[in-house]
Design a protein around this ligand. Sequence first.
Ligand code: FES
Length: 103
Amino acid sequence: MAKITFIESGGREVVVDGSVGTVMETALEHDVEGIDGNCGGVGACASCHVHLAPEWLEKLGKASEDEMDLLEFEDSVCDRSRLCCQIEVSDEVDGLVMEVPGS
Ligand code: FES
């Protein structure tokens, strides 16, 4: 079980418990605004773009080249950008915090 915090662009914090699947799937289950998961999590749409909290960027690492190929078309891309469909929920992400950029 992992506690995951999404900070929506309007400032609302959505704190959820995730246990299986990806962070994107967890966001969809809890109606996190700004995460759409349009491609189903295969890394082809960038509709699951998030900005990881700095301490989590260190733990989970920066976006892969494939992620960056998609993210380069996003207005709000930054050096903390990740596609949250590429992050698996596990005990290792307990306490994960991320911001969901506005569209
Ligand atoms: S859900 Fe499409 S890239 Fe993550």
